[in-house]
Design a protein around this ligand. Structure first.
Ligand code: UGA
Length: 453
């Protein structure tokens, strides 16, 4: 929405959230308080806020004045009830639709931006049109469109400024044209695809499923490289040069994280089962299973490297965000690996340039975070300074590909670590040339144990 405000000075963009603290942080004069860390975002907020970009909790005022309402709320995987563990929880989409139906005036275009199960637009339409029927002499009318978001965290502004494509799904030609004209302010028309509602919703789920599948594929191959002596980076380069495959999204790692891939895959699996497509559901489920397995195999490998026990070992865990350039830890592979190590008695010293101590507290203090298996009483400590994590450490585990970790002075670090000292690089970002002669042992994803001479 900030990017729309920035590219369309004549349009008033109001962001409505019911969470007062969040809105107050969005309005904070100290840009460090913005609730989301995203490169380039604070500059755009600063430039446009209170000109044509506003943050509010006032639902009635913001909706009644709007010609277009974008529903961009969370749709997490259901934890209870029908479809628990697979289906998306649409309660916030539903609440939003009810709010729109209550406060909207005249004609309102409602755009579904959240990633939703196919045919959610039907639910939105039903809420909007039915509540309308109840009120006599009601002059409200609605058009529902789908325009899913394809941005990735960490590169969101860049992705929005120059998207590969934009989708608009719907039937109402006039509404489609109005939304298209907004995008056309900065996006070439040929990149704006118009589809039916359901194609638009399904394309979003499919894009994420294909991307996640690609990561599970390369991670599966990484596990095959390690015992065979093949090198995942060489394999990725070789296959990526084939234009039909393409070079992007072929970095082996500790498994995909983030709020979207797993949720959307589970959603897709649920949808397939709903339509009786068992084999198709199983096919996509394997992508999730492989992702879980990749995380588990890495924690097992670390523990086995220490002859089956990491009890009282000091491990520096570098990075906790699910990828670099974000402070988002949702579904981060670091969570699973940290849990496994703590349950096996390790003392983790966790560093991340953007994730705060309170974020970690929320994760680790959650009820049932550790299973009964935590009999060895491992622990975790948050560190601001890398040196604190390295001093007397038995292992350094790189979990997120932050550029900060490329700057590590391995000569200095190795002198402060306890011997035998290990470096586990789950992101494949460290060159063994930098570890040469430093008395360090090295493991890297998709390359295995690499002798350092
Ligand atoms: C993903 C999609 O890339 C976006 O197109 C989509 O809009 C978004 O989900 C969404 O549905 O909201 P995001 O989750 O922000 O974006 O981040 P990605 O860059 O896709 O990374 C996802 C995970 O895959 C991260 O844990 C990342 O480290 C991992 N990954 C990515 C790899 O392990 N290897 C790669 O080569 C690429």
């Amino acid at each position: 929405m900030t990017v729309i405000a920035n590219n369309c000075p004549e349009i008033y963009v109001t962001l409505l959230d019911t969470d007062e603290e969040k809105v107050s942080n969005w309005n904070s004069s100290d840009l460090k308080n913005l609730p989301v860390f995203e490169p380039g975002l604070s500059e755009l907020v600063q430039k446009n806020r209170n000109k044509n970009l506003f943050f509010t909790t006032d639902a009635e005022r913001s909706i009644s004045k709007a010609d277009i309402v974008f529903i961009s709320v969370n749709t997490p995987t259901k934890t209870k009830g029908l479809g628990a563990g697979y289906a998306s929880d649409l309660k916030w989409v539903e609440n939003s639709a009810r709010m729109v139906s209550k406060f909207a005036k005249d004609h309102t275009i409602v755009v579904e931006k959240s990633t939703v199960p196919v045919r959610t637009a039907e639910l939105i339409k039903e809420i909007l049109f039915n509540s309308n029927l109840k009120s006599k002499n009601c002059s409200k009318t609605f058009s529902v469109l789908s325009s899913p978001e394809f941005l990735a965290e960490g590169t969101a502004i860049k992705d929005l400024e120059n998207p590969d494509r934009v989708l608009i799904g719907g039937e109402d030609k006039e509404a489609i044209e109005q939304l298209s004209l907004i995008y056309q302010k900065w996006i070439p028309k040929e990149k704006i695809f118009v589809t039916n509602l359901w194609s638009s919703e399904l394309s979003k789920l499919t894009a994420n499923a294909f991307l996640a599948q690609r990561i599970s594929s390369i991670n599966a191959i990484s596990s095959l490289c390690e015992p065979t002596g093949a090198d995942i980076q060489e394999v990725a380069k070789a296959i990526g040069a084939d234009k039909r495959i393409g070079e992007k999204f072929l970095n082996a790692g500790p498994g995909f994280g983030g709020s979207c891939f797993q949720k959307d895959l589970l959603n897709m699996i649920y949808l397939c089962r709903h339509y009786g497509l068992e084999e198709v559901a199983d096919y996509w489920e394997q992508v999730v299973i492989l992702n879980e397995w990749q995380k588990k195999r890495i924690s097992k490998l670390i523990i086995e490297t220490f002859f089956g026990t990491v009890t009282s070992k000091k491990c520096a865990l570098l990075g906790f965000a699910f990828k670099s350039n974000t402070n988002d830890t949702r579904e981060s592979p670091a969570i699973t690996i940290a849990r496994d190590l703590i349950e096996n008695g390790a003392n983790l010293y966790i560093h991340d340039p953007q994730v705060s101590e309170s974020q970690l507290e929320n994760i680790f203090d959650e009820k049932n975070f550790l299973s009964q298996k935590n009999i060895y009483e491992g622990n975790w400590t948050y560190v601001n300074a890398l040196d604190e994590a390295f001093c007397d450490a038995d292992a350094i585990i790189i979990m997120t590909e932050w550029s900060d970790y490329l700057e590590i002075d391995w000569e200095k670090v190795s002198k402060t670590m306890r011997q035998p000292a290990w470096v586990f690089d789950t992101r494949g970002i460290i060159s063994e040339l930098n570890l040469k002669g430093k008395n360090l042992n090295f493991w890297q994803v998709g390359r295995g144990f690499i002798p350092i001479k």
